[in-house]
Design a protein around this ligand. Structure first.
Ligand code: UD1
Length: 410
């Protein structure tokens, strides 16, 4: 039982930092989470010639962008953080060129970056790939275009949006993503002087401007961290109040917890989740926002693993996300996967074991399962969790969980 306070969203702050490239001068971002990915993005911006200072305990990052930034994002940083790709759009728009290392597994035109590339091409950029780098060039100013996304990709919407704000003329992004993090970046771009209509809808209409001005912007709270705490309350039969949150960004996830038997109270600045009985299994289908977020899928599988009954979980965004199920099985969870479906049969108890976090959200899901497994669970690979959860272990401890961080175990 206790209270946690959210900081800004990882999935927004990295893009806000990239968006600072669009204006010469000093941008300040507040409500910044103290996570590794922010430091990686700071290093990337420094290599592009920006002056970046951060006071992460205070949640502030200050970025001073020169008249002519460099345009190369090296592999050693991109391989550590796939989201580095978000400098692509702003660099092409501001500098007319971007050389960005391809994140592992992606080839130009393959699933993963094809919509980013197609969008920039439709705006007049020349995009090729060479020696593991994606090379984009637009010696002339980008031209506005009508771009229809096959899928409401968060990353592609952001790349095209950041390119369009400085393009010549009107760009229409149809089937755009509507995540709260997209609204956040639109809010910052509007404050910088961009012209964007349809913010929060599937159709963004952008009228390019000649230049933008730096601003101070507060990052939207991290709904995925908030949702993880909500599941923590539900799985442990606990009582957690999450402050600094926008409950409306978690509508479906909180509704699922109510179906699972929790009492959810929406507060002025957050929400409270109380669970007094064994949870009931709940079906989940991940979809682009406002659908159920894929980034909460592993946490809900962990919840279903100890619930009463069986649940069908359908993953529509990232199939590889089910890899963590093998680790959960080490704790005795009964989960069968077939393609993008997982059938979870709830067990009365799980049994502690060593497990390995394979990505950020899998790590969170395994920690949640470990909280209720009988005995001592060791989660290896906690570096993944550090990428998305600031001060996770102290927060868990403050809520009464018996958790310690052991550097040797990583
Ligand atoms: C972002 C989030 C991630 C979240 C995801 C979906 C960041 C840093 N990451 O990832 O945590 O899980 O949104 O909410 O913000 N796709 C293509 N071609 C493209 C782009 C995407 O096929 O050009 C596919 C992807 O392979 C994936 C799906 O579309 O299957 C969703 O991707 P997208 O919405 O772009 O997610 P990200 O921006 O990568």
């Amino acid at each position: 039982m206790g209270v946690v306070t959210l900081t800004g969203a990882k999935n927004s702050v990295l893009k806000l930092m990239a968006a600072s490239l669009l204006a010469v001068g000093t941008t300040t971002i507040t409500n910044v989470p103290d996570i590794l990915d922010v430091e990686i993005m700071a290093e990337l911006l420094r290599r592009l010639g920006c002056d970046v200072s951060h006071d992460l305990p205070a949640g502030t990052v200050t970025i001073t962008v020169p008249e002519a930034p460099d345009h190369r994002a090296d592999y050693d940083l991109v391989r550590r953080m796939r989201a580095s790709i978000c400098v692509l759009g702003p660099l092409v728009a501001r500098v007319g060129a971007a050389d960005v290392a391809l994140p592992g597994g992606d080839n130009i035109g393959s699933r993963g970056l094809d919509m980013h590339v197609d969008g920039l091409r439709q705006m007049g950029a020349e995009v090729t790939s060479e020696h593991g780098y994606l090379l984009a060039n637009a010696p002339q100013r980008l031209q506005g275009a009508r771009i229809w996304l096959d899928f409401p990709s968060v990353g592609a919407t952001e790349t095209i949006l950041m390119a369009a704000v400085l393009a010549d003329g009107e760009t229409v992004i149809d089937n755009a993503a509507r995540e709260p993090e997209i609204i956040d970046i639109c809010t910052m771009l509007l404050a910088m002087g961009a012209h964007i209509d349809g913010v929060g809808t599937s159709t963004l209409v952008v009228e390019g401007v000649d230049s933008l001005s730096p601003v101070t912007h507060a990052t939207v709270p991290d709904r995925i961290v908030g949702g993880t705490w909500a599941v923590a309350a539900a799985i442990t039969g606990g009582d957690i109040t999450v402050r600094g949150a926008h409950a409306e960004h978690l509508d479906i996830a909180l509704e699922k917890l109510v179906t699972a038997g929790a009492t959810v109270t929406v507060l002025d600045d957050g929400f409270r989740v109380v669970m007094q009985s064994r949870p009931k299994a709940v079906d989940i289908v991940t979809l682009p926002y406002p659908g159920f977020p894929t980034d909460l899928q592993p946490q809900f599988i962990a919840l279903n693993a100890v619930s009463q009954g069986a649940a069908l979980v359908t993953e529509n965004l990232f199939e590889a996300r089910f890899r963590f199920v093998q680790e959960l099985a080490r704790l005795g969870a009964d989960v069968r996967t077939d393609g993008h479906h997982a059938l979870v049969r709830g067990r009365a108890t799980l049994s502690a074991a060593p497990v390995e976090a394979t990505d950020i959200r899998a790590g969170a899901g395994l920690v949640l399962a470990g909280l209720v497994a009988e005995g001592q669970t060791t989660v290896y690979g906690v570096g993944h969790i550090d990428r998305g959860y600031a001060g996770f272990v102290p927060a868990l401890q403050s809520l009464g969980a018996q958790v310690v961080r052991d550097e040797i175990a990583d």
